[in-house]
Design a protein around this ligand. Structure first.
Ligand code: ZN
Length: 131
């Protein structure tokens, strides 16, 4: 059975084939229709499905983990930007103690985010199985 999880609800979606022989997926409750029309996408899909067939159960977790990693990366980027902005504002000569403190807190937070990301990446179910 060739399946993908729905992006939004995680429901298992079976691969369907349209009248042109192209694969697509439908999630009825969410109203999502995902058509894969180009060769590049179809090849990637085949690869993904082969990987998930070998290991069907962890696949849902893969989708979940992918979102977690993406969310963490976005958060890391945002935190870095905030630090950069504060550092520009703090100035070299007349340092604002509150801003300095905020900046240090953000740096600690950034460290935590990296630790979290490492933990996700070191998990045995990591995403390299899909590449
Ligand atoms: Zn859905």
């Amino acid at each position: 059975m060739q399946v993908l999880p729905c992006l939004l609800c995680g429901k298992t979606l079976e691969k369907r084939i349209d009248k042109n022989g192209k694969p697509y997926f439908v999630c009825d409750p969410c109203g999502i229709q995902m058509f894969i029309r180009r060769k590049h996408g179809i090849e990637r899909l085949e690869k993904l499905l082969r990987a998930s067939e070998k290991n069907l159960i962890p696949f849902k977790q893969h989708a979940h983990r992918l979102f977690e990693i993406q969310a963490l990366l976005t958060e890391i980027d945002g935190t870095k930007k905030q630090i950069r902005n504060l550092e520009t504002e703090i100035g070299l000569f007349f340092q604002d103690k509150d801003k300095l403190r905020a900046c240090n807190l953000l740096k600690t937070q950034l460290e935590h985010l990296f630790v979290e990301l490492e933990e996700l990446a070191n998990n045995p179910l990591n995403l390299q199985q899909l590449s």
